[in-house]
Write a protein that binds this ligand. Structure first.
Ligand code: SF4
Length: 358
């Protein structure tokens, strides 16, 4: 737990200086929720700690490791922010999920919220894949009010089924900002502005007899668009987008489809929602125009295990003018695809929501 290199936790100062943010992990360990967790870096990154303490920290039958004095760190960072006169961001958590509902997490979560109240110069970015628990767990701490003072609530969305989480986040208590981490963005086609039933908030719909009126099969209410990306009405007001990195020879990082990223960015722009494009990830599917290509991805199926890589010697220049006919995508020089200098200009977007000073 310390100053972090995660770019989206930085805070731009009024003179243009970027102030680095922090990560806070009051406890370590988690259970996978869905396919977005397949390559959970925290599971891999905590194996040494787990072995040292003879613990199983991930998935079924696991326990949670409580870290030493995370609360003191928050107080120290708060002092630093106050001295700088700049609100600093704290990402909680990178090695667990703050809204995991387990009996042994009740006390540390209470302490987390008690400390958030006492550290008003910090903005706590609380990210979860369990947004359905947010309201109940925050109410249990008796600190609902702090959400609109220095908490930004976020959830992770990257597949069609996970879009349900965006709806749950919109339905959560208000907070200073609500954000989506679309990292990894896995779906090849993604619609962040689906039809939503504003009565029961369902995403499934049917078309009426006149073929024009989509209605909710649950409550027969007319479905509407614009409910998720609606910053003025408690909707999402910040998007973080990224492809998947990490992986191994057996489990490859899944690709980012540029078409999906473009679609999401266009929808955010239309709704006036700022976008932070974090990284392209290890593999990219789509047109390489404007990218600094390191390898071509050769393959014809959807299984990344079948794909082959063809190196592009850098002295030939970007794209090398020799794109193989059967190339379906490409990779970049940085293993995470995290260097914006390698990206086509349209993706070099790193925006933050407007600062709110409670
Ligand atoms: S919710 Fe987050 S920390 Fe938990 S398993 Fe999934 S990716 Fe890992």
């Amino acid at each position: 737990m310390a100053e972090t290199t995660i770019e989206w936790t930085a805070t731009p100062g009024s003179d243009g200086t970027m102030h680095q943010g922090f990560t806070l992990n009051p406890w370590i360990g988690c259970e996978r929720v869905d396919a977005m967790c397949d390559l959970c870096y925290a599971d891999v990154g905590s194996r040494r700690l787990a072995a040292q303490h003879h613990l199983k920290l991930w998935d079924e039958g696991s326990s949670r490791y409580q870290t030493k004095d995370p609360w003191g760190k928050l107080v120290t960072w708060n002092r630093r922010a106050e001295k700088l006169g700049v609100r600093l961001k704290v990402f909680c958590a990178s090695y667990s999920d703050w809204a995991e509902d387990r009996p042994e997490l009740v006390a540390p979560r209470q302490r987390l919220f008690d400390t958030i109240v006492d550290t008003p110069w910090l903005d706590l970015l609380l990210l979860t894949k369990r947004p359905q628990n947010i309201n109940r767990l925050v109410e249990a701490t008796k600190h609902v009010d702090v959400l609109t003072q220095n908490v930004w609530l976020g959830t992770s969305v990257g597949t069609k089924p996970s879009l349900e989480r965006a709806v749950q986040l919109v339905r959560s208590h208000e907070s200073v900002h609500k954000f989506l981490s679309m990292e990894p963005l896995l779906d090849p086609t993604f619609d962040l502005d689906p039809l939503v039933c504003q009565h029961c908030w369902g995403l499934e719909w049917q078309v009426g007899d006149d073929d024009a009126t989509p209605f909710c099969p649950e409550c027969e209410t007319e479905m509407v668009s614009g409910a998720i990306l609606d910053p003025l009405n408690g909707g999402i007001d910040w998007l973080i987008i990224g492809g998947e990195s990490g992986g191994s020879k057996e489990k490859f990082a899944r690709p980012l489809h540029l078409a999906a990223a473009r679609q999401v960015m266009a929808q955010a722009k239309e709704a006036g929602v700022p976008v932070f494009f974090k990284q392209m990830g290890r593999r990219i599917i789509g047109d390489s125009e404007g990218f600094e290509v390191n390898h071509w991805l050769i393959g014809d199926g959807v299984d990344p295990l079948d794909w082959k890589l063809e190196w592009v010697p850098p002295w030939l220049g970007p794209n090398a003018g020799k794109k193989p006919e059967n190339a379906i995508g490409f990779t970049l020089f940085d293993g995470h695809g995290g260097d914006p200098a390698d990206w086509a200009p349209e993706f070099r977007v790193r925006e933050y929501p407007e600062a709110v000073v409670p």
